[in-house]
Design a protein around this ligand. Sequence first.
Ligand code: ATP
Length: 272
Amino acid sequence: MSTSPSSVPAAASDGTRPGAPGGLPGSAAAPEVLQVAGLRVAYGGNNALDLERLSLRQGEVLGVVGANGAGKSTLVNAIAGWSRGTPRVSGTVRLDGVDVSALPAHRRARAGLLLVPEGKLVFGQMSVDENLTVPGDVHDAPGRHVYDREEVFELFPRLRERRGHLGSQLSGGERQMLGIGRALMLGPRVLMLDEPSIGLAPRLVSAVLETMRTLAGKGLTILLVEQNVRAAIEVVDRLVLLERGRVIVEGTASEMRDDPRIAEAYLGGGHG
Ligand code: ATP
């Protein structure tokens, strides 16, 4: 298995990925894996999210960006069936065409809808090895690969070096890798990441994000919430800009790089 992030192809100028012709992961002919419609979340009288529709094709990386409080976490939490507090949630979430909206979070996770939350999915008092021991009752299924510990180590060699350390002793970047590793061991169909770059050194930000490209190249569908638009736009196929819970603009990475709402507010007025 090739695990070198540097071997990941960059986006072509038309926003497509080289080597991804029709039918291959992420292309327009790939099946829609996740479909969200009419998703609304309100806390008391405040609408935190009001989303008409959003869909992801197999092998696609969709970035969701926006300022603090735009509703990014609310979106991935609602898709995963998680809630902070007691929001009112309505709308439909379909995974491979199956409506999972009525399922609690743990059943959506079993179905392959996995969220690595902000703050990660790591047990501080357990070693890296122990963190990478997940219940053995998940198995490969069409479109789902259950990673084993060795495969996680191939993807993130740093974790192998730190395998005896406690979760609490890891750096932010290592914890992020561990959280992603744990999610991969649960056989994701869709992997959602909430701000994976937070607190990471710039070198690690690109390494972690480019690993998402590697995973997408193997057919994994990824929803990436990021504040670091400059880094995210390098690895996503499409980007959605949220403001006050609504989609303001959406397009391919290259379209969005040229969109003034993205360029001026998030890329410092140019392509950087
Ligand atoms: P950040 O990057 O700061 O996490 P975000 O884009 O992820 O921002 P959300 O955390 O989804 O934004 O918040 C969206 C809106 O919902 C905000 O107005 C926020 O104040 C509100 N909100 C989020 N969680 C709660 C909660 N538990 N109770 C009340 N309001 C909430």
